[in-house]
Design a protein around this ligand. Structure first.
Ligand code: PAF
Length: 289
C-alpha cells in the first residue's frame, strides 16, 4: 500500500491508474477506523482493481471546535488496517495540503445540496454539509473514482452527496453500504471510543428502542411511534435525544402517515453524555430499493 501525503503525488498516482484503464474505488474516511469502515473497504476491494482510502479529519465540516479537537485520531493503526484490507493507496494529507492558506481562506463555493441538507443534521450542525460537500467534491476531483463508498449510518450524508454530484455534474457511482453494529446493536462509530464504560453500557438502548419502534409502528401511527422513541430514550440515564425524525427516505422530509411514502426511515441523534451518536432505522421499504 502506498501512503500519499501530497496532492501532486496523488494526481500522478491517479493519472497512471487511469492510463492503465483501471477502475478506481474511493473510500473517504476521517480515520479512527472500525469494522464499519473496513466493510466499505472490503466491498471496494472486491469491486475495483485500485482502491484509494482517504484519511482526513476535515475541519470545515465541524461546527464545534471542541468536537474537532477531541475527534479520535490513530493514523498508524489506520494504515495497518487499510494495508491488511488490501487498499492500493491511502491518501492522508495535512490540512494545509487540502486547503492551502487555511480552510478559512478558500474561495467560498456555495453547494446546492437541496432541502435534504437543511433538515436534521443540517439544522443542528449549521454549515456541516457545506463542509462535507467541499471535502468530498475535492476528493472526487483529485481521485477521479468510478465508485465511492459511504456507510448508511450517515443516511442523510449519502442523500446530500448524491444531490451534490448531480448539481456539480460529477460522474461517480455512490455505493451505500449497510450499517455495521456491535454485538449489542450499537452502530459502530469512531465516536464510540469517547464513551465512558457506563455510557457504552447504555448506548445500545438507542438501537434497541429503534428496533422495538418498528414493531410498535405496525399498530400505531407516526406521531405515537415518534413519541415512544423519544420518551423512552430520554428516560434513560446519560441519554438525551437531539432530534428524531421519521422521514421519506428520498426527500428526508417528515411524514405524517405511514402510507405517505413507500420508503420511510427514522433518523436519530442522541447525546450519550457529551458524545453525539447517530443511527437510523427503516420502517417501510419497497423490495426494489
Ligand atoms: O463520513 C465521514 O467520515 C465524513 O463525513 C467524510 C465523508 C469522510 C467526509 O469528511
Amino acid at each position: 500500500m502506498v501512503i500519499i501525503r501530497k496532492v501532486a503525488e496523488l494526481l500522478d498516482f491517479v493519472g497512471l491508474r487511469k492510463e492503465q484503464g483501471e477502475k478506481i474505488g474511493l473510500v473517504p474516511t476521517m480515520g479512527a477506523l472500525h469494522e464499519g469502515h473496513l466493510s466499505l473497504v472490503e466491498r471496494a476491494v472486491k469491486e475495483n482493481p485500485c482502491v484509494i482510502a482517504s484519511v482526513f479529519v476535515n475541519p470545515t465540516q465541524f461546527n464545534n471546535a471542541n468536537d474537532l479537537a477531541t475527534y479520535p485520531r490513530k493514523e498508524e493503526e489506520d494504515f495497518r488496517l487499510l494495508a491488511q484490507a488490501g487498499v492500493t493507496a491511502v491518501f492522508a494529507p495535512s490540512v494545509e495540503e487540502m486547503y492551502p492558506g487555511g480552510p478559512e481562506n478558500q474561495t467560498r463555493h456555495e453547494f446546492d445540496l437541496g432541502t435534504a441538507a437543511e433538515v436534521m443534521e443540517g439544522k443542528f450542525r449549521p454549515g456541516h454539509f457545506q463542509g462535507v460537500a467541499q471535502v468530498v467534491s475535492l476528493l472526487f476531483r483529485l481521485c477521479r473514482p468510478d465508485r465511492a463508498y459511504f456507510g448508511e449510518k450517515d443516511f442523510q450524508q449519502i442523500a446530500v452527496i448524491r444531490n451534490m454530484i448531480r448539481t456539480e455534474g460529477i460522474d461517480v457511482d455512490i455505493i451505500a453500504c449497510p450499517i455495521k453494529r456491535a454485538d449489542d446493536g450499537l452502530a459502530l462509530s469512531s465516536r464510540n471510543a469517547l464513551l465512558t464504560e457506563a455510557q457504552r453500557a447504555i448506548a445500545p438502548e438507542i438501537y434497541k428502542t429503534l428496533k422495538y419502534s418498528v414493531e410498535y409502528s405496525k399498530e400505531h401511527d407516526v406521531r405515537a411511534t415518534h413519541h415512544t422513541v423519544v420518551e423512552h430514550l430520554n428516560s434513560q440515564p446519560e441519554l438525551e435525544v437531539e432530534y428524531f425524525e421519521i422521514v421519506d427516505a428520498r426527500t428526508l422530509l417528515p411524514v405524517e402517515e405511514w402510507d405517505e411514502s413507500p420508503w420511510i426511515v427514522g433518523c436519530i441523534t442522541v447525546y450519550c453524555g457529551k458524545v453525539r451518536l447517530i443511527d437510523n432505522i427503516t420502517y417501510r421499504k419497497p423490495e426494489s430499493c
